[in-house]
Every structure is written in structure tokens, then in C-alpha cells.
Design a protein around this ligand. Structure first.
Ligand SMILES: NC(=O)c1ccc[n+]([C@@H]2O[C@H](COP(=O)([O-])OP(=O)(O)OC[C@H]3O[C@@H](n4cnc5c(N)ncnc54)[C@H](O)[C@@H]3O)[C@@H](O)[C@H]2O)c1
Ligand SMILES: [Zn+2]
Ligand SMILES: [Zn+2]
Length: 363
């Protein structure tokens, strides 16, 4: 099968022919239908999120089950599925406490170290799999608990977006925090994740929904998805602009970029008693200085939101219903559909901010 391989950080991904094993007990072989490209993939290429090469990235996939290993009961060949990197163990305190997205099994290798590797290159060298998924490849071999079966009438080139970006953004607004009707909300960063958070704010009945981005062409998109105000971060002081629109600061601010200055802006834009939700991933090597006095004296909360606080086997089918019922806009989020061979150009486009979401479509 063909896949895009990260050989060295910061280098272009190399398109290679690889070998993929048959499913072991509990595993599923999936023919990848489509994969979104998320900024977290770019963070891994650039080293901001650790992922040891050689590796196959990609973690926002949809596909069709091709074969299942012994003991697999929840999906069968022919099923349409979405893959999510939040594989869950079902028995830890997070899984049994209703927060399976925090289950640490997401980071645990699932094949024994001495077992045959799932994916090898032409020299027989094993390749690391991102979240057991690795969707920048024609096929995925993963544990069944990385997958959720979905409705057959959901188009797979849009379903993939729900695998990460949409679940992350929508879930940040619908699950990580509870937004009362009429509350003021700011979304900083209108990429795939931010536009989904913006739609989550609209679905909860937020009042003012303020979109902030450095690319003003995104504002028509943001308005079509529910933004009531848009602020160009390159034109004046975005903090002052939010304070003016909200009368002193917003009830909820979602940082959906992952930069030190925009995290600081998010906290500054948050009003007294409000909540800043950190969705963007700041590179692990960087720290964010914040005024503790501001947090204390204005009783602001700063909360992290990981993968939309998902219970993905339950949430993703709901999000698909939202789309098919017309309450969630996905078509508009897709700036382009590309072939796997064009992945490096797609990464450059994401770096420049010239796209919302790009989707790799497989034959
Ligand atoms: N918390 C999680 O579980 C989780 C899951 C997925 C992605 N993420 C992270 O969310 C972030 C966003 O991901 P994405 O795929 O939507 O990225 P993206 O590149 O598609 O979107 C980022 C947006 O921010 C805008 N932007 C960049 N710099 C700006 C600035 N200084 N001021 C204002 N706007 C600016 C860009 O124009 C773009 O619209 C990334 O850090 C990603 O790693 C987090
Ligand atoms: Zn992602
Ligand atoms: Zn668990």
C-alpha cells in the first residue's frame, strides 16, 4: 500500500510503497476512504508534538472495513467507520468515570514489542503509527476500539472531518464547558478546529459569537457558520476590540491556534468570571506567562480541552446526525480535496493559513 512517511522532522513526507500485516486478534484492517489534514500533523512534522520518526501521520480518517481479526465483534467487513486516536481501555478510572478521552491507553503500544510490526517499509523496517491510525495511507490496521461504525448514508469524504477537528472543536463547546444560551463567545483561529468550535457555540445558543483570525478571507466562512462579529487580528488590537463588543470581556474564549501570544490574548479577552478554553496545542517546548493576579482577582478559569472531551462511540454518530439534519456545516469547511501525492503542498497551504480544511481522498 502507498503511504506518506515522515522520515525526519521538518522534511517533506516521502511517498512510499509499504507492507501492511493481516489483522491480529482484536484488530481491524480498514481501506482508507478519506483523511483530513489537521494542524496537529504539522506539529508532529515540526516537532511541537513529539512523534518519533519513521512514522506515518494522519489521524482524521474515514474508511471501509476490509477484514477483521479474531474476536472482533463491533465491526464487520463492509462497515463504514471513522477512526479516532482516543482508543479506550474500558476499565481505567477515566473510562469508568465517563471521560474515556483521557484514557492513557491512547498512548500505549498495542502489539507486543516482540510481535511482528503492523507496517514495514521495503527494507523490513517497522514504521511508527500515530494513535494506531496512520491515515496518510491507503490502508489502516488498528485495534477495533479506535473505530466507530457510522451510517452508510454519510458521505465518507465529509465523515473523516469528525475523526479529529470537528469532534475537537464541537466538543470543546458542547462537552468541555457548558455555554448558557445568550453567553458571549470568542473563537480565536478559524481553521478546521475553530470553525467547529464556532458551530458548537451556535448550536448551544450563544449570543455574540466573535471570530478572530489573521486571514480576513475566512470571515465570510465564519459568518456563514454563525459568527456575529469578526475581528482581523492583523488590524489593531484584538483584545480591545473584543472588550468593546462584549462590554469588558467575553464569557467564553476558545483558543484554537496554539501560539503563546494568542493564549495570552485568550485570557485577556475573557471577562470577569469567564472561561478561557485552550484547544490549540502550544509546542511542548514553550511556556505561557500569564498574570495570576488577573485570574484570581477576576475569577477567570483557564481550562484545557483534549479531543473535544469525547466519548467518540456516542458523540460521532450524533455529530453525523447533526450534519445530515442540516445543523452542522461540513461541506463549507473543505477548501480542497487532494490526492495523497499532494500532501506536502497541502502542508504548506496549512502553514500559510490559505485553507480551512483539506481532505485527502483515496480511490
Ligand atoms: N485539543 C485538541 O485535542 C486538539 C485536537 C486537534 C487539533 N488541535 C490543535 O488545534 C490547533 C488548530 O488546529 P487546526 O487544524 O484548526 O489548524 P489550522 O491551521 O487549520 O487553523 C489555525 C487558524 O489560526 C489562524 N491564525 C494563525 N495565526 C494567527 C494569529 N496570530 N492570530 C489569529 N489567527 C491566527 C490561521 O489563519 C488559521 O485560520 C492546532 O494547534 C492543533 O494542533 C488540538
Ligand atoms: Zn487533529
Ligand atoms: Zn481507560
Amino acid at each position: 500500500m502507498k503511504a506518506a512517511v515522515m522520515r525526519v522532522n521538518n522534511d517533506p513526507l516521502s511517498i512510499e510503497e509499504l507492507n501492511i500485516d493481516d489483522p491480529a486478534p482484536g484488530e481491524v484492517l480498514v481501506k482508507t476512504a478519506a483523511s483530513g489534514i489537521c494542524h496537529s500533523d504539522l506539529h508532529m512534522i515540526e516537532g511541537g508534538i513529539p512523534m518519533p520518526p519513521p512514522a506515518i501521520l494522519g489521524h482524521e480518517p474515514s474508511g471501509i472495513v476490509e477484514a477483521v481479526g479474531e474476536g472482533v465483534t463491533e465491526v464487520a467487513p463492509g462497515d463504514h467507520v471513522i477512526g479516532c486516536l482516543n482508543r479506550w481501555c474500558g476499565v481505567c478510572k477515566f473510562c469508568t468515570g465517563g471521560r474515556p478521552h483521557l484514557c492513557l491507553s491512547t498512548y500505549m503500544p498495542t502489539r507486543a514489542p516482540d510481535a511482528k510490526p503492523r507496517i514495514t517499509d521495503a527494507n523490513g523496517e517497522a514504521l511508527n503509527q500515530l494513535g494506531d491510525l496512520s491515515s496518510f495511507a491507503e490502508k489502516m490496521l488498528c485495534p477495533e476500539r479506535n473505530l466507530v461504525k457510522i451510517r452508510d448514508d454519510m458521505p465518507l469524504d465529509r465523515a473523516c472531518l469528525i475523526g479529529c477537528g470537528v469532534t475537537t472543536g464541537l466538543g470543546a463547546a458542547l462537552k468541555t464547558v457548558s455555554i448558557p444560551a445568550g453567553a458571549s463567545v470568542v473563537i480565536i483561529g478559524c481553521g478546521g478546529v475553530g470553525l467547529a468550535a464556532l458551530q458548537g457555540a451556535r448550536i448551544t445558543g450563544a449570543g455574540k459569537i466573535i471570530a478572530v483570525d489573521a486571514q480576513s478571507w475566512k470571515f465570510d466562512l465564519a459568518k456563514s457558520m454563525g459568527a456575529t462579529h469578526c475581528i482581523d487580528a492583523t488590524d489593531g488590537d484584538p483584545i480591545a476590540a473584543v472588550q468593546e463588543i462584549t462590554g469588558g470581556g467575553a464569557d467564553f474564549v476558545f483558543e484554537c491556534i496554539g501560539l503563546v501570544p494568542t493564549v495570552q490574548q485568550a485570557v485577556a479577552m475573557t471577562g470577569r468570571g469567564g472561561t478561557a478554553v485552550l484547544v490549540g496545542v502550544v509546542p511542548v517546548t514553550e511556556m505561557v506567562p500569564l498574570s495570576a493576579a488577573d485570574l484570581t482577582l477576576s475569577e477567570k478559569k483557564v481550562v484545557g480541552s483534549f479531543m473535544g472531551s469525547n466519548e467518540f462511540r456516542v458523540d460521532m454518530p450524533h455529530y453525523i446526525d447533526f450534519y445530515l439534519d442540516g445543523r452542522l456545516m461540513l461541506d463549507e469547511m473543505i477548501s480542497s480535496r487532494i490526492a495523497l501525492d499532494d500532501i506536502n503542498e497541502a502542508c504548506d497551504a496549512m502553514r500559510k493559513g490559505s485553507v480551512a480544511r483539506q481532505v485527502i481522498v483515496f480511490d
